[in-house]
Design a protein around this ligand. Sequence first.
Ligand code: BGC
Length: 506
Amino acid sequence: MAGGFSVSTSGKHFEAKITPIVIISCIMAATGGLMFGYDVGVSGGVTSMPDFLKKFFPAVYRRVQEPGIDNSNYCKYDNQGLQLFTSSLYLAGLTATFFASYTTRTLGRRLTMLIAGGFFVAGVAFNAAAMNLGMLIVGRILLGCGVGFANQAVPLFLSEIAPTRIRGGLNILFQLNVTIGILFANLVNYGTSKIKGGWGWRLSLGLAGIPAALLTIGALLVVDTPNSLIERGRLEEGKAVLKRIRGTDNVEPEFLELVEASRVAGLVKHPIRDLLKRRNRPQLVIAVALQIFQQLTGINAIMFYAPVLFNTVGFGSGAALYSAVITGAVNVLSTCVSIYSVDWLGRRVLLLEAGVQMLLSQGAIAVILGLKVKDHSNNLSHGFGIVVVVMVCTFVSSFAWSWGPLGWLIPSETFRLETRSLGQSVAVCVNLLFTFVMAQAFLSMLCHFKYGIFVFFSGWVLVMSVFVLFLVPETKNVPIEEMTDRVWRQHWLWKRFMDEDEQDRL
Ligand code: BGC
């Protein structure tokens, strides 16, 4: 067991060991993230499986099997129902976030995770047993509710239970588990697509039951965070839990700080009004913009629809799923790069480097598809097919060490204590909203823009890189409560929003 001191948000040092209970919490986070990632990754794979299409989307099935004169290569999969299968999850998720923010506060983090687990288990059951499109969509909506509750509660649970010195790393660990979930789904899809008999897709959707069950059991076993117990007035219980998770009886200073933080947070009577105050504007603008931009990189066009996309450009069903496994693996490995470099190279370097790499990769994909894949003919040779896969991989890797984790990390470390929980809900909500839009629109956009879709995304990459260059300050190695002085007051634009800070606080 590693011993040591942790620096609190106020800069004080508290005694804290990395105890088994903290390790169990990490495993919990793994299952919450795995579940989200599995949902992201599984839909594209099953929608490229002929048996699944035949059962639920016969019109798409016919188009894919017998491309006719009126069917462009780029439009084979353009179907609102098919997109709804993917996107309904995110719409449900963003609606659930509003309730999740309430339950995390009133019922606690642990019970909210339990609610998420319940939704996940029910959703998986509906999906794996689906007899018609209705059951399929109901299942996705239930899973979406699970995502809304889990994505709010799990990161909060983690950051509250972890000693401060490993909090940043733990935050990215959640994203790492999202990517592992996506890869796991890609691998499962690759395996189940080989099953003869037409039930492979059921197994793909049903195996989500493993992370779902683990999250539910985990939520039953762990204790709630001291912060949450104190927030709900259960002070003695909060102190006892603090002793257990920190592995020491010397917790009085940290306990008093938690009580004080909870008292100050309790003074905020109108959290929304507070979040909208001028002094909180820079953090809010950055959090919202990062979430929107993260989705406008086009990442989920790849994560949701890679097999469909590879199919569109002429790969067979097996090769398309196989290629999705490769991009999934690149996603996981590149996220590890971020864990190691984020506190060393800094956030801005990673975001700006990734901007250049994404722009070049998307440009190359657009040129190759533009030259080789026409509406009704496809001259993509084996060699060029490989170049497309490599370019998709360089795109995914740059996303995975920048916008993927940092889109989540930066909002979580910049909001002030009073606005942190609401700010996190706003971030999750905006993210799921734009994820929904991308999921619902991508296949139609591919049909209309054709290869130009990659030019569209690269245009946004340019815009977001300029945004980072001028408006996103470096937050590496800055203690959270010192952000105002060391970051915002030093920034050429944002310092103007801090002028009224003191006066505003009174
Ligand atoms: C994004 C997801 C995306 C995933 C890919 C996350 O940060 O929020 O929308 O699917 O990264 O790894």
